[in-house]
Design a protein around this ligand. Sequence first.
Ligand SMILES: Cc1cc2nc3c(=O)[nH]c(=O)nc-3n(C[C@H](O)[C@H](O)[C@H](O)COP(=O)(O)O)c2cc1C
Length: 211
Amino acid sequence: MHRVLPLKVHYYGTPVVLVSSTNPDGTSNLAPMSSAWWLGQNALLGLASGSRTTQNVLRTGEAVLNLASSDLVDHVDRLALLTGSPELSPHKRDTGYRYEPRKFEAAGLTPTPSDLVAPPRVLECPIQLECRVSGHFPIDNGSAHAQAIHVEVLRAHVADAVRLPGTTYVDPQAWDPLIMKFCDFFGGGAPLAPSRLAEGWQMPGRLEAAS
Ligand SMILES: Cc1cc2nc3c(=O)[nH]c(=O)nc-3n(C[C@H](O)[C@H](O)[C@H](O)COP(=O)(O)O)c2cc1C
């Protein structure tokens, strides 16, 4: 039986992305987000209008999307109640956020230079995507004051540990994304079954279908 529920949160389980961006004074900001989806070499990011990251990304037209693996959960969690904005909204202040201009240090993560964009990559993240903004549109209603930001992936950096040996593919079994489900973190989920899509696309590294 299904019930009609007034669900407050629709975070059903998405990978955590650490977005690095450039502040107006040239320093770097870093923020976790998970409202991201992917299509070809594009990503669409749902980011609150008031966050420093949103302002930085729209002003500079650049970002690096650093995909966090599950073993980075403590580092990500250290960023959870920090903002790079010196001015906090009443909502953020009430939620317990505080201003932190040095997010990399606060998280214990290492900035490393990007090739094509100004924001640094996060060395510890196995997948780092240098991106350029292509467009954006506002989402302003009762439940969100946000921007949907379309970015294009210019260059992907992939750690050997998550690469399918001898190929240019990420190994789906080696890559263990940190997942935000509702408001909790998940990782290390056991592989269950191959997808038909992966078969249709002739993707290497598929699981064996159960007989
Ligand atoms: C795991 C996780 C996922 C998050 N996902 C999002 C998201 O998808 N969109 C968003 O606007 N904020 C998200 N947040 C909240 C931002 O990290 C928060 O607004 C933060 O202040 C942004 O930092 P900034 O103000 O320095 O940009 C998430 C936070 C955590 C810890």
